[in-house]
Design a protein around this ligand. Structure first.
Ligand SMILES: Cc1ncc(COP(=O)(O)O)c(C=O)c1O
Length: 389
C-alpha cells in the first residue's frame, strides 16, 4: 500500500465520515439565542452588552488584565504593533513560517518584516538562532536596537504560536530584554494554550487573538488585543474607536485612528462560543489521542504533540512527514482531499511570496524543511462526537 493511501485510511479511521472539513465551527450552543437577542433589541452594531461581556470573559479566560475586541486578528496585530511604537521605516522580526497576515500587519504600519527561522521543537520562532543572528547584525544605540546592515531600527519581535503550540516565551523574553525589543505575540491560533500556568498572550507587551471562522472559538470574523498594561489597553480602545472623545453628543476626535470595532452581533457569538471552550479543548485533546493511535505503526509520519511544560490547544492537528517521506507530501494531499478528508499543507514561506521576497531575512533552513513536511489533518472538535455533544 502507498503511504498516501495508508494516511487516507488512517484519517478515515479517526473521522469515521465520508467527507470532512479541516476545521468547522460548532455553533449549537447559545449562539442563535444571543444573536437573536441582538436582532430583537436592535443592538447589532459596534456597541452593546455582548461587546463588554466578551471583553470581560475573554480577559478572564486568558488571565490578562484587559481585552479589547476588534474587527479581525489582522487589524488587531496592526494596532498592537503601533501600540508598542512601530513606525514607518522600522523593521519587525517575524517568523518566515506564518500566515501572511503576520507580515501584512507589519507592512500596514509602513514597516518592513525581517524574517526569522523556526525550530522543529515548537514549530515557532527559534530563539536560539535569533539570538546568534542578532549577535551578528544588531547593535544597541541609546537603548534602541538597530540592524547594522540596513541602518533601520528593529522595533519589535512577533512570535507566533503555530497551530496552538507555544513558542519558548521565557527564552524569548530574556533575548528581547537584552536587545530592547518589545514583544507582540501573534496568538491568533493559541486561545487555550498555556506555558506552565500562564496563558499565551501574557508574555509580551500585548498580544493579538483571532476569532476567524476556522479558529478554536469564532465570532464569524473578529479578533482581540490582550494586555496587562492599563495604559496600552486604554489606548487600544481609543484608537480602535476612531479616537472619539467621550461626550453625550459631540463628535470630537483627537487623532487619526481606526474603526476596528467588533460589532455586538459578532461579540454575541463570541460569548456563546467561550461558554463551550473547555469542551472544545477536551475534544481536541481526545482527537489527538485517536490520531496518535491511528498513526502509531506508520513510521514515515509523526503526529506533533505538545512540548513538556506546555499545554497546547491542538487547534490544527499536525502530521510531520519523515525527511524520506517529504517527497510524497503532495501525493498525500491529493489522496486525502480526493477521498473527502480535507488536509492542507502549511503556508508558503513568507520569504517566497512576491511582496516579501526582497525583505531582510536570516537563513531559514528549518522553516523551509518544516514547510515541506507538514500536513494538517481534520481537526474539528465535533469529530469527537461522543465528547463534544
Ligand atoms: C498566525 C495568524 N496570524 C494572523 C491571522 C489573522 O487573523 P484574521 O484572519 O482574524 O485577520 C491568522 C488567522 O487568520 C493567523 O493564523
Amino acid at each position: 500500500m502507498q503511504l498516501a493511501d495508508i494516511v487516507t485510511e488512517r484519517i478515515q479511521r479517526v473521522t469515521q465520515a465520508p467527507k470532512v472539513a479541516l476545521h468547522e465551527p460548532r455553533l449549537d450552543g447559545n449562539e442563535l439565542a444571543y444573536v437573536r437577542d441582538c436582532v430583537e433589541s436592535g443592538w447589532v452594531s459596534s456597541v452593546g452588552s455582548y461587546v463588554d461581556r466578551f471583553e470581560r470573559e475573554l480577559a478572564a479566560f486568558v488571565g490578562a488584565a484587559h481585552a479589547v475586541v476588534v474587527s479581525n486578528g489582522t487589524s488587531g496585530l496592526h494596532l498592537a504593533l503601533q501600540l508598542v511604537g512601530v513606525k514607518p521605516g522600522d523593521e519587525v522580526l517575524v517568523p518566515a513560517l506564518s500566515f501572511v497576515a503576520t507580515a501584512n500587519a507589519v507592512s500596514h504600519c509602513g514597516a518592513h518584516p525581517h524574517f526569522v527561522d523556526s525550530t522543529a521543537a515548537t514549530l515557532g520562532l527559534c530563539v536560539e538562532s535569533l539570538s546568534s543572528y542578532l549577535g551578528d547584525i544588531a547593535e544597541l544605540r541609546d537603548g534602541q536596537c538597530f540592524n547594522r546592515n540596513s541602518g533601520r531600527r528593529l522595533a519589535a519581535v512577533v512570535p507566533m504560536h503555530t497551530f496552538g503550540h507555544p513558542v519558548d516565551m521565557p527564552a524569548l523574553q530574556e533575548l528581547a530584554a537584552r536587545w530592547s525589543l518589545p514583544i507582540v505575540e501573534d496568538a491568533a491560533e493559541s486561545l487555550g494554550s498555556w506555558i506552565g500556568e500562564r496563558h499565551t498572550g501574557n508574555f509580551g507587551h500585548c498580544a493579538m487573538l483571532s476569532f476567524n471562522g476556522n479558529k478554536i472559538v469564532t465570532t464569524g470574523g473578529g479578533g482581540a488585543i490582550v494586555t496587562n498594561d492599563p495604559t496600552l489597553a486604554k489606548r487600544a480602545k481609543h484608537l480602535t474607536t476612531t479616537a472619539k472623545l467621550p461626550h453625550a453628543w459631540a463628535f470630537q476626535h483627537d487623532e487619526v485612528a481606526y474603526n476596528y470595532r467588533m460589532p455586538n452581533l459578532n461579540a454575541a457569538l463570541g460569548c456563546a462560543q467561550l461558554e463551550r471552550i473547555d469542551g472544545f479543548l477536551e475534544a481536541k485533546r481526545e482527537l489527538t489521542q485517536r490520531y496518535l493511535a491511528a498513526f502509531a505503526d506508520v513510521p514515515e509520519v509523526e503526529l506533533f504533540v505538545e512540548r513538556p511544560g506546555t499545554r497546547a490547544n491542538y487547534w490544527l492537528q499536525t502530521l510531520i512527514l519523515s525527511p524520506q517521506a517529504a517527497a510524497q507530501r503532495d501525493q498525500i494531499l491529493a489522496a486525502t482531499n480526493g477521498a473527502g478528508q480535507m488536509t492542507r499543507p502549511v503556508w508558503e514561506l513568507l520569504t517566497r511570496l512576491p511582496m516579501y521576497r526582497d525583505c531582510a531575512s536570516m537563513p531559514t533552513p528549518v522553516a523551509a524543511d518544516l514547510a515541506a513536511r507538514i500536513v494538517n489533518l481534520p481537526s474539528s472538535p465535533q469529530l469527537v462526537t461522543d465528547l463534544a455533544a
